[in-house]
Design a binder for this molecule. Sequence first.
Ligand SMILES: NC(=O)c1ccc[n+]([C@@H]2O[C@H](COP(=O)([O-])OP(=O)(O)OC[C@H]3O[C@@H](n4cnc5c(N)ncnc54)[C@H](OP(=O)(O)O)[C@@H]3O)[C@@H](O)[C@H]2O)c1
Length: 222
Amino acid sequence: MAIERSIGVLGGTGPAGSAFALRYADLGHRVTIGSRDSKRAQTLVASLTATHSQLEGRLVGADNASAASADIVVVATPWEGTEDVIDSVVEYLRGKIVVTMVNALYKRQKTLSSLILPRGSVAEHLSSMLPSSKVVGAFHHAPAKELGNISEPLDLDVLVCSDDGAACDEVVELANEIPGTRGICAGSLSSAQAIEAMTAVLINVNVKYKTRSSLKLSGLKV
Ligand SMILES: NC(=O)c1ccc[n+]([C@@H]2O[C@H](COP(=O)([O-])OP(=O)(O)OC[C@H]3O[C@@H](n4cnc5c(N)ncnc54)[C@H](OP(=O)(O)O)[C@@H]3O)[C@@H](O)[C@H]2O)c1
């Protein structure tokens, strides 16, 4: 394993956050699943560690503030709740890498589309809310079921973007720790709009073909 890190997941009780937490606890990191209700997170962790006893002590359930106290903080909330959650923990996030996997999507006539946000993307919106943090967009396309299936590799490219080059590289390394997964630095936060919007495209493909597709880039030797 690479360096052991402390990772906190805001909204970690949902499918995406809990899958992320499970995967990174299994990779040897200390992960706090955060929730608006610490009991809900503790109950979830009890059920996860009942199935995966090797993760006991590495996976903790707590409130979002405790999760935000970790070294690296992952935002895994629905877009509708993201501002409120960030507002509630903003003082813990200064100077830290804040990874957003949040997609702002809406459904119209069975088709998902990406919301056009005033700042372009969720990641850029969070960056404006957190000027002292290093906001990184990543893991938007990681299907929760496969991400949380820790007995299997995850066949996926994780597109990572940030205005902070070192933070981008760090999250690329984090993505590379998952067997089968390749982290790719995809530029500054101005790439986030296209990356987030691509999630809607993938979900529409999934609905049409009854599958869980993901993204892999060709022609890239890294
Ligand atoms: N599901 C996937 O496969 C997947 C993959 C990649 C990225 N994503 C993205 O990851 C994010 C989370 O996805 P998800 O499917 O896990 O979402 P979710 O289940 O709807 O929400 C995750 C957690 O966020 C908290 N939450 C829900 N509504 C909230 C609100 N109004 N205000 C504050 N907190 C709220 C809840 O935790 P508490 O009630 O415990 O606080 C909930 O368990 C989304 O933005 C999604 O686009 C999802």
